[in-house]
Design a binder for this molecule. Structure first.
Ligand code: PEP
Ligand code: MG
Length: 542
């Protein structure tokens, strides 16, 4: 049997399914007939929880280890144990006593506000784990079966994805999720094959062996296990230094940069970085990173690309990239709410500190640092951001084009900026009014949509007229068939995951700039993405 979804990270693997577990729902309360047994059961739950945390901490170091050790201490807090027992003696069964006691602690922290309030979510997590142990259900969270596996989940948060171990997680398959969701982007960066929007996949049992094809977007059930040690796997192994600078066949230069979000994405020999997603460095963080900590993190990445250009983007928090330390209020429509640059309206000091950290790291760096803001909508926002960044001494200041309004007014934005970078993931989402996390809408989110190409052309033409660079750093840049079209539309650089560089390099080297322009004209003129693809394929054949 073959399940179909949307392939978002190429590669084929065969492996056993392990499902990500959701917190167990609480059964109805029971009458307590044997309080001593009930207390023993609750104590066992808490002790197992603490032992599990301590055991996992042993394999870690640094901050991750500190966090797990401090959670183990919270679980073993004698006051918490007393509260649980008091509730059981008062007639509450063990799962409900645990729940109420953990919730009471979390409420106290939330009432304190600030940093302590941010720790309340940790207690919610501990509560769910302890209750699962007492109920004899699987512990919720990313599974750790001790062998390589295909991770199956209803959905996966970017923070969970960023922390996956690519040596253990052979592939990711989710029931929800869209082609340009951040989970998909992170999976590509980690070189983990991934398929999203696979209806019914969470019903596949743990241990069933499946074959995942991340390019075709399929999951085959009931396959024979792969012989040990022979799991085929596409990993980001591009030998970038061998490729050299990219030019079209007639010598027109097109810079090919990397999209990175952590040291795991660093590759030697790259031409530079076109998008450093700084929010990926701090996903899930509950405390605001200090200027010193940010400076150190940025400088480490800057110095991994000596002599090149590194484009760093200020925090793009909100929507599917929550940064708990920003403490943003919940929203009805997060993708249309306070995200990206807009978070500076609520927390201006966070942007200011970040710019200070970038400027300080840039001054010490061995590369040229360019700084841009995400989700800029108006020329005024561009002007304000540019003034603030320049006040910190930053020299190359730009903005992402992710909102149709910004593409339409790109020339006005460029009056204040040195460069633009087109984020086709969001520009596609907002142009087509189609949620990028919704796997049911891949046709609307298709980067070949002529309407999206028109907006890219507008921004690129504005750059051409102003003599300023306009790149693409959305996932569209990684498509080797689309790359010549983007260059033909006037884009001056393309930025992508390392795995995509060699195919894009080859596609551009095989065409002249005039051919790229002809392809772009055909694609722009097409009635829909399929016609655009076909027109480009046909011209490429002739
Ligand atoms: C984009 O929107 O295309 C982009 C590059 O930004 P992100 O994917 O991080 O939203
Ligand atoms: Mg974006």
């Amino acid at each position: 049997m073959l399940l179909r979804g949307v392939g978002v990270s190429a590669g084929t693997v065969i492996g056993p399914v392990v499902r990500m577990t959701s917190p167990a729902p609480l059964p109805a309360p029971r009458a307590v007939t044997d309080p001593a047994a009930e207390v023993a059961s609750a104590r066992h739950g808490v002790a197992e929880l603490a032992a599990d945390l301590a055991a996992r901490a042993e394999h870690l170091s640094g901050e991750a280890r500190d966090i797990l050790e401090s959670l183990a201490m919270i679980a073993e807090d004698p006051l918490l144990a007393e509260d649980i027992e008091r509730r059981i003696v008062g007639g509450t069964d063990a799962p409900h006593a645990l729940t109420e006691a953990f919730d009471a602690q979390a409420d106290l922290l939330r009432a304190d506000g600030g940093y302590l309030a941010e720790r309340a979510a940790d207690l919610d997590d501990l509560r769910d784990r302890a209750v699962a142990i007492v109920l004899g259900r699987p512990i919720p969270g990313i599974p750790d079966p001790g062998h390589p596996f295909v991770l199956v989940a209803a959905d996966l948060a970017p923070a969970d994805t960023a922390n996956l171990n690519p040596d253990q997680v052979l592939a990711i398959v989710t029931e929800r999720g869209g082609p340009t969701s951040h989970t998909a982007i992170l999976a590509r960066g980690l070189g983990i094959p991934a398929v999203v929007a696979v209806a019914g996949v969470t019903a596949v049992g743990d241990g069933s062996v499946v074959a995942v094809d991340g390019a075709a977007g399929t999951v085959a059930l009931g396959v024979d296990p792969a012989p040990a040690g022979s799991v085929p796997r596409a990993r980001a192994q591009a030998n970038l230094a061998d490729l050299g600078p990219c030019r079209t066949q007639d010598g027109h230069p097109v810079s090919l940069y990397l999209n990175i979000g952590s040291v795991k994405d660093v590759r030697s020999g790259a031409q530079g970085v076109g998008l450093l997603r700084t929010e990926f460095l701090f996903l899930g963080r509950k405390e605001t990173p200090s200027v010193a900590e940010q400076r150190a993190a940025y400088l480490e990445l800057f110095n991994a690309f000596p002599g090149t250009r590194v484009v760093i983007r200020t925090l793009d928090a909100g929507a599917d990239k929550p940064l708990p330390f920003l403490a943003l209020p919940a929203e009805e429509n997060p993708a249309l709410g306070v995200r990206g640059l807009r978070t500076a309206r609520l927390r201006p000091e966070v942007l200011d500190d970040q710019l200070a950290a970038i400027a300080s790291a840039a001054a010490a760096a061995s590369c040229e640092v360019w700084t841009m803001a995400p989700m800029v909508a108006t020329p005024n926002e561009a002007a304000e951001f540019a003034a603030q960044a320049r006040a910190h001494g930053l020299e190359h200041v730009g903005a992402m084009i992710e909102i149709p309004a910004a593409a339409l007014r790109a020339a006005r934005l460029l009056e204040h900026l040195d460069f633009l970078s087109i984020g086709t993931n969001d520009l596609g989402q907002y142009t087509m009014a189609a949620d990028r996390q919704d796997g049911r809408l891949p046709d609307l989110l298709d980067p070949w949509q002529p309407a999206l190409l028109e907006l890219i052309a507008l921004a690129a033409e504005a750059g051409g007229a102003a003599g300023k660079p306009v790149g693409v750093c959305g996932e569209a840049a990684a498509d080797p068939r689309l790359a010549p079209v983007l260059v033909g539309l006037g884009v001056t650089s393309l930025s992508m995951a390392a795995a995509a560089v060699s195919a894009v390099h080859a596609a551009l080297s095989a065409r002249t700039l005039t051919q790229c322009r002809d392809l772009a004209a055909k694609a722009r003129d097409a009635v829909d993405p399929a016609a655009a693809r076909e027109a480009v394929a046909e011209m490429s054949r002739s």
